[in-house]
Design a protein around this ligand. Structure first.
Ligand SMILES: Nc1ncnc2c1ncn2[C@@H]1O[C@H](COP(=O)(O)OP(=O)(O)OP(=O)(O)O)[C@@H](O)[C@H]1O
Ligand SMILES: [Mg+2]
Length: 308
């Protein structure tokens, strides 16, 4: 009897345990299911977010590619058109030189035609140099020779070229070096190329009666160059794209192919500097670039590997 009673107790206990176990398993299953569902929901949200992001990236990549293709096609058209114009001009000068041969042609006319040929060959040379620079830059093969450079000397060489051009156009050109001596660590020729383009643009886009200021000053551990003009300015939405290859705001008034600022930005960035523009449309533009300042312990010269 005792055994029977014990058996009953055991049975009831086991049933109780079984029920408890079943309940635990059921609630564990439920927790698991809930967790799994939450995880699935989170993953779905994440996937949607990822997909949106990928779509967005693909879309902007596609737009960039389209823009590059369009500007490349347009560029080829522009370059061939420019080259043909320059060649046409030279052919005309040559023809007129031939026609005056043996006549009483004045010496002035011969000089004029010869100068025209020189001007056109100069422009063709610059066009070809710019194209070759773009090719080497994009192949990561443009090397810099960085030295300690006196910025006053860079300024002097720039003014030597642009002062007469500005004066001839009726634009006043001033400069200010806000320190007795300011050394930058840079490639002399390449920075002259940047200055020539930015100052050249300022002269090109500032009408007679306007003015251009070139300011050089130390800013933290850099040397900052500002070129401020009172020209027609640039619209806010075009402030970034003027640095793109072949970009020109006003196509019909073209004088150049739109490579200058793109090359200048590549060169400044290869020096670990920055080049940017600010402008109030109608009131002029300011182009600013920075270069690392040179310290006294800098070695005089050092050749850098090609930039990428
Ligand atoms: N100082 C400025 N004022 C107004 N617009 C400017 C100025 N500088 C540049 N721009 C605009 O940015 C465009 C791109 O300049 P960028 O120097 O790259 O080309 P470009 O001068 O037209 O041709 P290139 O330099 O190849 O001879 C110019 O065509 C012009 O529309
Ligand atoms: Mg230019």
């Amino acid at each position: 009897r005792v055994n029977e009673e014990q058996g009953e107790v055991l049975k009831t206990e086991r049933q109780g345990e079984d029920a408890a176990l079943e309940y635990e398993r059921a609630s564990a299953d439920e927790v698991l299911a809930r967790e799994r569902q939450a995880r699935r929901r989170a993953l779905a949200a994440l996937l949607a977010l990822e997909r949106d992001r990928t779509d967005e990236t693909l879309r902007s990549e596609r737009e960039r590619a389209d823009r590059a293709i369009n500007s490349r096609d347009e560029f080829l058209a522009i370059v061939s058109h420019d080259l043909r114009n320059l060649l046409g001009g030279m052919a005309m000068s040559a023809a007129s030189l031939l026609s005056v041969q043996g006549t009483e042609a004045t010496r002035d006319q011969v000089v004029r035609e010869a100068q025209r040929i020189q001007r056109y060959t100069g422009r063709m040379n610059r066009l070809v140099d710019d194209l070759l620079d773009v090719v080497s830059m994009e192949a990561g093969q443009l090397s810099l020779v960085r030295r300690r450079e006196e910025t006053a000397e860079l300024l002097r060489e720039t003014l030597e070229v642009f002062q007469p051009l500005a004066t001839a156009k009726g634009v006043s050109l001033h400069s200010e070096l806000k320190a007795g001596s300011l050394l930058a660590r840079c490639d002399h020729e390449r920075i002259l190329q940047v200055l020539a383009n930015v100052v050249g643009n300022a002269v090109k886009f500032t009408p007679a009666g306007g003015s251009i200021d070139i300011l050089i000053e130390p800013v933290e551990r850099e040397v900052q160059f500002s070129i401020i003009d009172t020209g027609k300015g640039i619209e806010p939405e075009q402030l970034d794209i003027v640095f793109e290859r072949f970009w020109q705001v006003v196509k019909p008034a073209r004088a150049g192919v739109g490579l200058g600022l793109y090359l200048s930005k590549c060169i400044v960035e290869a020096h670990r500097g920055k080049l940017w523009a600010t402008s109030e449309h109608g009131k002029g533009s300011t182009f600013v670039f920075t270069l690392p300042a040179a310290s006294d312990n800098d070695s005089a010269t050092n050749c850098e590997p090609p930039i990428g």
